[in-house]
Design a protein around this ligand. Structure first.
Ligand code: NAD
Ligand code: ZN
Length: 361
């Protein structure tokens, strides 16, 4: 089992990574968190696939466990689900301080973290992410939120978990589409921070997609390690540091908005296109060599095949970009590679270059 420490002073915690990592829960969890009422937030699908195993291990830390099921997908990050969850929690825990467990993908992690941050002005929670995206990205860093109709993640908080357990056993039931969704973020870490890791991904991509233990664990470990180092320097996202995690996300978010968050385009696919477009802009600005551009685009395409923008969508994407808060008042901000393993935050990219990048196929 591998371990990444997120050093945030009194809010520090560890991320444990490995096949079977959860079986160590009783020795990993802090003694203060034991014997509390344990409130697990999950959904029907995840509970039926893996709920039995989770319960078996949680019994080692408490005899009082309740599973609370929320709807699948982004629908769970709503006010009505939040309200139902908090009500069920208060009924279950009564006057005791509960321990919350998020058991699912990024949706359940974001919702549970938000419930934990607001219930009784903050109660402890553990994150047990079950998607690759959640294991390498959303479970670490303490951004918790729910959505409103007009905007995603607009009602939220920074609230760190007590512990994150990335047990790769749970990923074995994940459809390949969801594996590739997380893979786009893994490739992102290689491009923004670590050339050696990028080369590792070039060599091992296929085995990671097949969920082979060693390369998969290494990829998750390196991703968590890099995200932890960034979050430590910029916990509340007020400096430029955390912004580098948005590589590929400027155009990626515009693609998601232009498709009205249609399920046909996953977040990973949108980010993959966004990363390719950012590489194109960097190439045109002579920030990177053609050979590095080709290596980056080739790895992104291998991680996320079948990504081509439909001509009709290009206008809508440009339109969506103009609504991005980073683009208001004539200022825009891009995270661009300056080599493999390095990025820079660049403001004021000419509009015609953005247009050219979006039209490039
Ligand atoms: N907090 C952050 O820093 C942060 C970062 C990135 C994304 N997010 C949020 O994360 C969410 C996306 O997360 P996601 O991609 O994990 O999606 P998700 O939580 O919707 O999970 C994807 C699908 O996989 C299913 N699933 C989960 N685990 C499974 C398993 N082991 N086997 C089979 N199926 C399984 C889920 O039921 C769901 O249908 C978004 O709401 C996004 O805003 C948050
Ligand atoms: Zn992302």
């Amino acid at each position: 089992m591998k371990n990444v420490r997120v050093n945030l002073g009194s809010r520090a915690y560890s991320v444990y990574i490995g096949n079977g990592a959860l079986s160590n829960i009783s020795s990993l969890v802090n003694v203060r968190q034991k014997n509390r009422p344990v409130f697990v937030v999950t959904n029907k699908k995840i509970k039926s696939l893996h709920g039995g195993l989770l319960k078996k291990h949680l019994k080692k830390i408490s005899s009082n466990i309740l599973f609370c099921e929320v709807p699948d997908s982004e629908k769970a990050k709503s006010f009505s689900v939040y309200l139902k969850t908090v009500s069920a929690l208060s009924h279950f825990a009564r006057k005791k301080t509960p321990l919350l467990v998020a058991f699912g993908g990024g949706v359940i992690g974001d919702l549970t973290g938000f419930v934990a941050s607001t219930y009784r002005r903050g109660v402890p929670y553990i994150n047990v992410p079950t998607t690759l995206l959640a294991q390498v990205d959303s479970a670490i860093g303490g951004k918790v939120a729910i959505d409103i109709e007009a905007a995603k993640n607009i009602v939220g908080n920074f609230y760190q978990p007590k512990m994150v357990v990335c047990d790769t056993h749970f990923l074995k039931t994940l459809p390949e589409k969801e594996v590739r969704n997380g893979l786009a973020e893994i490739v992102k870490y290689g491009i923004i921070k670590d050339k050696r890791f990028f080369s590792f991904l070039e060599r091992n991509l296929r085995n990671i997609i097949k969920l082979e233990d060693r390369p998969l664990e290494h990829a998750i470990f390196k991703s968590c390690y890099m995200k932890a180092r960034v979050v430590e320097k910029d916990e509340y996202d007020t400096k430029k540091m955390r912004a580098i995690l948005n590589f590929g996300h400027t155009i990626g978010h515009a693609i998601e908005a232009a498709s009205q968050y249609a399920k046909s385009t996953t977040h990973g696919q949108a980010v993959a296109i966004g990363m390719i477009k950012a590489c194109y802009i960097a190439l045109r600005l002579k920030m990177i060599k053609k050979s590095d551009y080709e290596r980056m685009v080739s790895l992104i395409r291998r991680a996320s095949p079948k990504i081509r923008l439909k001509y009709a969508r290009q206008g809508r994407i440009l339109n969506a970009l103009s609504y991005d808060k980073k683009f208001t008042a004539g200022v825009n901000r891009f995270i661009l590679p300056s080599g493999i393993g390095r990025v820079r935050v660049v403001d004021n990219i000419p509009q015609n270059l953005i247009k050219e990048a979006i039209q490039d196929s």
